[in-house]
Design a protein around this ligand. Sequence first.
Ligand code: ADP
Ligand code: MG
Length: 160
Amino acid sequence: MVTSYIGLGSNLGDREKNINSAIERLKHLKDTRVSGVSSIIETKPVGGPPQEKFLNAVVKIQTKLSPKQLLRELQDIELQLGRIRSVKNGPRTIDLDILFYGNKRIKEKDLIIPHPRIKERDFVLIPLGEIAPQIVKRLSNEDNKKDKYSKAVNKKSKAG
Ligand code: ADP
Ligand code: MG
């Protein structure tokens, strides 16, 4: 079993329902167990056309699926929940990204792990900091620009 973190985002339709349905489907993935779920936070869209705010969450899983298999399963869930890919960074009913897959580093055309957007984005760092504070701390220690982690790290210390 490998520990992996999945980032979820939705800014189209019933956002909360979309996030919760995706979490339910993650719970039913073969050879996979959900072992942590962050709270759902609302965030401003970053990049892309003007669009509604997002709801975001991060889920921790233990899985026997390979990174490629996992990506395919996530894309299946995106389709089941009615995601249509139109504009880049445009509105989406659901977006499921593999943030981490154990300590594995992958750089392929269709799969980059750790996910390249993690460090720049509060919408990942804040929920990730909630269920994996040690990872956010490590990212912050590795990085010169520590400011961007402050919200994720402080939030953790407030929560205890
Ligand atoms: P976004 O970058 O906003 O998440 P999409 O969800 O449309 O955009 O994903 C575009 C492509 O990103 C997918 O076709 C997928 O192959 C690729 N991709 C690369 N790395 C990852 C990853 N770690 N998790 C999910 N998708 C990834
Ligand atoms: Mg995606």
